[in-house]
Write a protein that binds this ligand. Structure first.
Ligand SMILES: *Cc1c(COP(=O)(O)O)cnc(C)c1O
Length: 385
């Protein structure tokens, strides 16, 4: 028997409460029963996004909401500024180009966060820029971008800020309304602890105003039509009914823990993972601006990228490898969603043993010990029993 652990940055593990909610018999979606569940999910999502705007629920992966955000706020030929510091930043550019937008790309070295000053310069150079497209956390490079600083720039201009928060919403504090984010996006299979298949996004009042004159072609992802329907607690097309029930259960778990506690847990798990890597003498991919969702770690000299496949297929531990030019060079240890203290301990133990299996000299327990020292912060007081 090989016990399996899913420690990749999406899909992430699904808690039993959510699995059970999704195992209920299908109910019809044009019914008061479904509408009641849908309404509660909508309210929960507003709380999660920290917004008063409608949070729309789409049956698609996260990329669908990225595409929806772009096409619902622009007209062909409009200029957009893409922050491209990894595979997902690159995807913004591809989506915008596919719809005939004029793309300015701000290239950011992999492993680094974008400099807000570089965004400011690009906006000064092209004041007609309609959108700034950025990731809150760039999953491919495990970087945290400074969305708050970018929002200060866009808030004071006519440019809309569109944030891919797919590995940030439910991981870190990203209050949409307080920061002035114009479009915020997430997906089901990351921090929301659900299977893949749903995307969520909210538009600010300014973004809805842009929508009213946006001419880029769209049909399935017509957000105005979705909003009109979702305000009646139903969807334009058949919703992913089971996943909506799962979302209901997942949000309940998140609010029972408390959003502050959820953010603190992610921060702690990330700190522990980084401390472990450093104690093992391994280099971080994003040492200066690390994402609290996933930690990228360079493999030491002599350890091949196929260690990721070995750990997955022979050991039962699924990490992610590198993408693009980091392929074969790094391992990405995810700690978002339904992940706790002892998942990180397991992850680091597996990393130590996997490195040793490839002949790397490891003092067993060095990384685990460093992680445990950080994770003690999350241990409840003994008097609480
Ligand atoms: C996972 C992810 C996506 C979306 O991917 P899908 O496969 O379409 O769900 C987009 N952006 C980031 C930062 C991600 O981590």
């Amino acid at each position: 028997m090989l016990k399996k652990y899913l420690l990749a940055p999406g899909p992430t593990p699904v808690p039993p409460e959510v699995l059970l909610a999704m195992a209920q018999p299908i109910i019809h979606h044009r019914t008061p029963q479904f509408e009641a569940v849908f309404a509660e999910v909508q309210a929960g999502l507003q709380r999660l996004f920290q917004t008063r705007e409608d949070v729309l629920i789409l049956a698609s992966s996260g990329t669908g909401a990225m595409e929806a955000a772009v096409i619902n706020t622009t007209s062909p030929g409009d200029r957009v500024l893409v922050v491209n510091g990894g595979k997902f930043g690159e995807r913004w550019g591809k989506i915008a180009a596919a719809y005939g937008l004029t793309v300015s790309e701000l290239k950011v070295e992999w492993g680094r966060a974008v400099e807000p000053e570089a965004v400011a310069r690009a906006l000064r150079e092209h004041p007609d820029t309609r959108l700034v497209l950025v990731q809150a956390t760039e999953t491919s490079t495990t970087v945290l971008h400074p969305v708050d600083a970018i929002a200060r720039l866009t808030r004071a201009s006519d440019t809309l800020l569109v944030v891919d928060g797919i590995t940030a919403v439910g991981v870190l504090d990203l209050p949409m309304d307080a920061l002035g984010i114009d479009v915020l996006i997430t997906g089901s299979q990351k921090a929301l602890m659900l299977p893949p298949g749903l995307a969520f996004l909210a538009l600010s009042e300014r973004a809805w105003r842009a929508n009213a004159s946006a001419k880029t072609p769209r049909f399935y992802f017509d957000l105005k039509r979705e909003r009109d329907n979702q305000r009646q607690h139903t969807t334009a097309w058949t919703p992913a009914i089971s996943l909506v029930s799962g979302t209901h259960a997942a949000l309940r778990l998140m609010f029972a823990e408390g959003l502050e506690a959820v953010f603190a847990r992610h921060a702690r798990l990330a700190r522990a993972t980084r401390a472990a890597a450093q104690a093992l003498g391994l280099r971080l991919v994003a040492p200066e601006c690390p994402s609290p969702a996933t930690t990228g770690i360079y493999l030491p000299e002599g350890v091949p990228g196929k260690i990721v496949g070995y750990l997955r297929d022979k050991v039962g531990i699924t990490f992610a490898g590198g993408q693009g030019h980091l392929k074969g060079k790094i391992v990405r240890v995810a700690h978002l969603g339904y992940i706790g203290t002892f998942d990180v301990v397991t992850a680091i133990a597996a990393l130590e043993m996997g490195l040793a299996a490839y002949g790397h000299s490891v003092a067993f327990g060095t990384g685990v010990g460093a992680a445990e020292a950080v994770l003690m912060d999350g241990m409840p007081p003994v008097g609480a029993v």
